[in-house]
Design a protein around this ligand. Structure first.
Ligand code: ADP
Length: 455
């Protein structure tokens, strides 16, 4: 078959482009072995993990504020997670059916040449010729290997559609210091699991502004963190594991029901990519410019596999930028800097744009203002008053360049801050907006109003 555009994968980097291109009259073939839209985000990532997180938060709040005696039923939580996933698979199918020139196949794509590929479905192989391709094959969890590492689970085992994990482990070792390790650790800690976080170095959240991490660290780790710790081996069986590990040079051991590995992700390079001449790194990361074009002009790549901003919402925007450029709008560019990032711990952490470390790196003179969550009315309602909102402005112009939030509603608040950063609003402009009362957003205009006294 011959199509205008072949889209490989059906996640956030893929289907927005498929819809835009098909909506503009292009013939599009999109394929993913999962057979559903939404990619890893919906199948085993953001949506299921955040559904579980929200329910655990409701349970924790009602226990703490209302004295509710019910222990969380993890089977119900997991069932609700599956229901939400199914609801979204169905929604995407309805959306897709509106585009006549879009064909979706349940299958895996491999390249056979610069303008040709093969889709392997359960029943047949389909040869495809294309004018353009978009590679949106995402990432998978990295695994490390040591004796007994096969006993370890990953976040995929917990959050996958139809996951078999329906019981709350009594004791759990989580290996890693990135956002997935921290989010899962907080969730299970809130469910009553005894959590031990094993961090290989002395640093968590390696690529995040150091001062932000230092503020958040004591709030988000209400369990035992073991720094400079590596596992030597694991014996026993799941539900009854013996972990031999080295912590700060000392050989120790511990028993636990589960060990979860969260040690990073790596790109999924489609087979045959070398036949196209597209460049990629040893960790499977495909290099792109700000139109998402690879070094081969008719092949674009979007989403996590580009290693730029590995978040669903960034992938969606990248997908649309790639589609617009294929359609001839070469003015549409991706702003990789101004993408909100959130770590869904309790409390959550969010940030966007230029923060202290980045400003220092760029030799940029910034001024900052802040607002403490302790004074926020909604934070008081929930008795969750830890944290702050902090805004960063270019001192000379008073224009906002970045911000962070640690505390209640951070992932919602970062959208308003992000809109301001995206549009380079001044502190004065931000301070004039009457944020809805009583929401945590009020802290944003309050922080902006502190600008005069900070300069
Ligand atoms: P992103 O958000 O970056 O678009 P995701 O990781 O959410 O990416 O989704 C990537 C999707 O790509 C996954 O659903 C995966 O099954 C799919 N995929 C990976 N390799 C191939 C391939 N060779 N052919 C088709 N689909 C693929």
């Amino acid at each position: 078959m011959k199509v205008d555009v072949l889209i490989i994968g059906a996640g956030g980097g893929a289907y927005p482009a498929a819809f835009r291109l098909a909506g503009s009259g292009k013939t599009v073939l999109m394929a993913d072995p999962k057979g559903v839209l939404g990619g890893n985000c919906l199948y085993l990532g953001c949506i299921p993990s955040k559904t579980v997180r929200e329910l655990i938060e409701i349970n924790e709040r009602s226990g703490r504020l209302l004295g509710s005696k019910n222990h969380a039923d993890f089977r119900l939580i997991q069932q609700h997670k599956d229901d939400v996933q199914q609801m979204r698979f169905d929604q995407h199918n309805r959306e897709m059916s509106e585009f006549q020139s879009l064909k979706f196949m349940k299958g895996k794509v491999s390249f056979t040449g610069k303008n040709s590929a093969r889709v392997s479905t359960e029943s047949e192989m389909i040869e495809v010729e294309f004018d353009y391709a978009i590679i949106a094959t995402g990432t998978v969890v990295s695994r490390i290997s040591f004796p007994g590492s096969d006993f370890c689970i990953t976040s995929d085992d917990i959050f996958s559609f139809g996951s078999e994990i329906r019981e709350i482990p009594k004791k759990m070792v989580i290996v890693g210091g990135g956002y997935i390790a921290l989010e899962v650790a907080d969730m299970f800690n809130a469910l009553g699991t005894e959590v031990h976080l094993f961090v290989r170095t002395e640093t968590i959240l390696r690529n995040v502004d150091r001062d932000l991490v230092n503020i958040a660290y004591p709030l988000i780790t209400p369990y035992r963190v073991h720094m400079n710790t590596t596992i030597r081996d694991i014996t026993g069986q799941r539900g009854n594991l013996k972990i031999n590990y080295t912590e700060n040079g000392a050989d120790l051991n511990m028993e636990a029901d589960e060990v979860l590995l969260a040690v990073g992700r790596e790109g999924v390079v489609p087979e045959g990519l070398d036949l196209t001449g597209v460049k990629y790194s040893s960790r499977g990361i495909i290099e792109v410019n700000d139109t998402l074009q690879t070094n081969v002009s008719h092949i674009y790549s979007t989403g996590d596999i580009t290693g730029r901003t590995p978040y669903f919402h960034a992938a969606v925007r990248e997908s649309l930028v790639a589609a617009n450029n294929i359609l001839g709008d070469t003015t549409d560019r991706m702003d990789f800097l101004n993408v909100p990032v959130s770590i869904f711990t309790y409390p959550p952490i969010s940030y966007i744009g230029i923060l202290r470390d980045e400003a220092r790196k760029r030799g940029m003179d910034i001024a900052e203002t802040s607002y403490a969550m302790s004074g926020d009315s909604r934070a008081q309602m929930y008795e969750e008053q830890d944290g702050e909102i902090r805004l960063f402005f270019e001192r000379k112009t008073g224009r906002i360049v970045g911000g962070w939030v640690v505390g209640l509603d951070a992932p919602q608040l970062i959208n308003e801050i992000g809109t301001a950063v995206f549009n380079s609003l001044t502190a004065l402009e931000m301070s004039k907006f009457p944020d809805q009362h009583p929401t945590t957003n009020e802290g944003i205009s309050k922080a902006a109003r502190a600008w005069k006294s900070s300069t």
